[in-house]
Design a protein around this ligand. Structure first.
Ligand code: IMP
Ligand code: MG
Length: 265
């Protein structure tokens, strides 16, 4: 059940967040959970980025109020608990994925259509395609879920469609993160209806722990992913909380207090 102290929103991303809000343990990283995964970033988690820690303290100290909203307006990284993948790690991994994708696209008889899911995939897509030295087309779609209060309906719909005709084309859907899988399942069905001959998915992050729908790729479609993401609410490198944090060049875990509404407001 939705907590009345939580921010009420209707967008898809916030619906995802709502599930974290109703299960605070899932949104708040704990040291005992960290040891149960092989994620390299977890091993480094207790050693917070000194640069991030220093800059954040300096920013917060200069604020007249300790309100999370005020902090968020001052610094792009205010509210980040710790860095999960640094800018350098992101860049290196995107390079690896791009190399794998490029090799596969080079083997195709005609240019593929790379379809970004707005808004979250914008940085990943831009970095990815610049490193794929193969002719391709780029387009975007927007997919949103609507639900009552903080709970996502789980029924996404396409709110901005493609311009490019994908009939008979190899499509690579580029996404920021696959969580339940609802968004991509809906999108894959949509692209299949449009006659795409094969559909691959290339996601920056993959959170398999939260999957509810398994993705059915089409034709010779392949699944590419940057990192396996632990079950935390993450932001940065395109991923948002309430449309903020997308411009961070790294991926960080958001402090839970950043998405709890001040009950006095
Ligand atoms: P799905 O339909 O449940 O797979 O949700 C996919 C969408 O939820 C992604 O495209 C993101 O926009 C959003 N999302 C899921 N997890 C996170 C997260 O940890 N941070 C930010 N957005 C997320
Ligand atoms: Mg998204």
């Amino acid at each position: 059940m939705a907590d009345t102290n939580m921010i009420v929103v209707t967008t898809q991303d916030s619906g995802i967040l709502a599930r974290f809000l109703t299960n605070p343990a899932a949104s708040h990283p704990r040291r005992d959970r960290a040891t149960s995964t092989t994620q390299p970033a977890h091993q480094r988690r207790p050693n917070k980025s000194p640069a991030l820690r220093v800059r954040r303290h300096a920013t917060l100290a200069s604020l007249p109020s300790s309100s999370a909203a005020a902090a968020a307006m001052v610094s792009a990284e205010a509210g980040i608990d710790y860095v999960l993948w640094t800018e350098a790690e992101v860049s290196a991994r995107v390079g690896d994925v791009a190399a794998e994708l490029a090799a596969d696209l080079r083997a195709l008889p005609e240019p593929a259509v790379v379809v970004g899911v707005a808004t979250g995939a914008f940085l990943f897509l831009a970095d990815l395609v610049r490193r794929v030295d193969v002719q391709l087309a780029v387009d975007f779609v927007r997919v949103e879920s609507y639900g009552a209060g903080t709970v996502s309906s789980g029924k996404p719909r396409i709110t901005a469609d493609l311009k490019v005709d994908v009939a008979g084309k190899h499509v690579v859907v580029v996404e920021d993160i696959v969580d339940t899988g609802n968004t991509l399942s809906c999108l894959i069905a949509h692209l299949e209806k449009k006659g795409a001959s094969s559909i691959s998915v290339c996601t920056f992050l993959d959170k398999p722990a939260r999957r509810k729908v398994s993705l059915q790729l089409v034709g010779d479609g392949k699944f590419y992913r940057g990192f396996e993401c632990p079950d935390y609410f993450v932001v940065g490198y395109g991923l948002d909380y309430a449309e903020l944090y997308r411009n961070l060049p790294y991926v960080g875990v958001l402090k839970p207090e950043m998405y709890k509404k001040d009950s006095s407001n």
